[in-house]
Write a protein of this length. Structure first.
Length: 279
């Protein structure tokens, strides 16, 4: 109780509180490619889809705030305007056609206003643009495998990505990273070898289920270089929390150099292995 009184009455305490908030503003900001302590927003988006999701989410928050304030105002108005003391003789009105029409039509209009950008976002997510490259992702208990098909630019190899608990950020690093070029449309074909998994990358704005016997597909085009971290988002068993995902976005030249190195470093894909068709 003393703390509350001090904060309320002392201008110096208010100044100290402001200084504390300003000093932690960096920690409250979104992280780039990984979570940060006290983060209250999404990670910095690096794809069009992720930016659209963030804008849509912010718009919904503001809409929810307006609706909440409006409803709170109505409640307070009813409490003070129609209590027993100020309104000793209550109205016996049971129906009001105008109000009933309004509280039916207004929510419908709000839902339509929300549905339009929502469907636009879904259309972007489910679009099927021509892929510049394909990577097949396979979920295992409990690690990920990545297959790069043979193309003119390179490929034709596969590798596993296991958690590396000695690297930082802790529990978000792997011994091998998925590498993709900057500004290229990358299609991810995802499946699982045993149980349900989910390949999720917050900075890219999507996650996709890895289902045994089924091939799911998603796409992204990263417009910033860097290393981005995600995790399996499906409760898949004992070591579910130890299935990190690391994607490194590099320049085209760096990607070409990595392909040459990976060709000798990782296992060669059997010539009998084929990939699903992707446009």
């Amino acid at each position: 109780m003393r703390t509350v009184r001090t904060i309320t009455r002392s201008p110096w305490s208010l100044a100290a509180l402001g200084a504390l908030l300003s000093s932690t503003s960096g920690a409250l900001a979104a992280g780039f490619g990984q979570p940060v302590p006290w983060e209250m927003s999404r990670q910095i988006p690096v794809t069009e889809n992720a930016r659209d999701i963030l804008s849509f989410e912010i718009g919904l928050h503001w809409l929810s705030l307006v609706i909440s304030v409006f409803v709170l105002g109505l409640i307070l108005w009813c409490v003070f305007r129609f209590n027993e003391k100020t309104n000793p003789t209550p109205s016996r009105t049971t129906h009001n056609t105008a109000i009933e029409i309004a509280w039916t039509i207004v929510p419908v209009l709000i839902l339509v206003a929300v549905a339009i950008p929502s469907f636009r976002l879904l259309r972007t997510q489910l679009a099927d643009p021509k892929a510049d490259m394909i990577v097949k992702v396979i979920g295992h208990a409990w690690y990920w495998s990545y297959e790069y098909p043979q193309t003119e630019a390179g490929g034709g190899f596969t590798f596993d990505a296991n958690i590396d608990e000695d690297k930082q950020p802790r529990l978000l690093q792997t011994d091998n990273e998925m590498v993709v070029p900057l500004g290229k449309i990358v299609k991810i074909q995802v499946t699982a070898a045993d149980v349900l998994h989910s390949w999720a990358m917050p900075a890219f704005g999507f996650k996709i289920d890895a289902v045994p016997g089924r091939l799911n597909q998603m796409w992204f085009r990263a417009d910033k270089e860097g290393t981005f971290h995600g995790q399996c988002s499906e409760l898949c068993g004992q070591r579910h929390a130890y299935m990190p995902i690391v994607v490194r976005v590099v320049s085209e030249q760096a990607y070409a150099d990595w392909l040459k190195e990976a060709k000798t470093k990782y296992a060669r894909i059997d010539t009998g292995t084929s990939f699903a068709e992707a446009r």
